[in-house]
Design a protein around this ligand. Structure first.
Ligand SMILES: [Zn+2]
Length: 49
């Protein structure tokens, strides 16, 4: 069996720095699987419009 390095899109939580690979790359998870934060893809500074 040959080993290959697969490069896939990973996601990183902005809150806990947890990194994971989503099952469906086309669909962003609602929450971080580790800290369950719904703001995993939001930077700490929230720009209020
Ligand atoms: Zn997190």
């Amino acid at each position: 069996m040959a080993k290959v390095k697969l490069t896939v899109w990973g996601l990183r939580c902005e809150r806990c720095s947890h990194e994971w690979v989503p099952r469906d790359p086309d669909e962003e998870p609602r929450v971080c699987p580790k800290c369950k934060s719904p703001y995993w893809n939001r930077p700490r500074k929230q720009a209020k419009k």
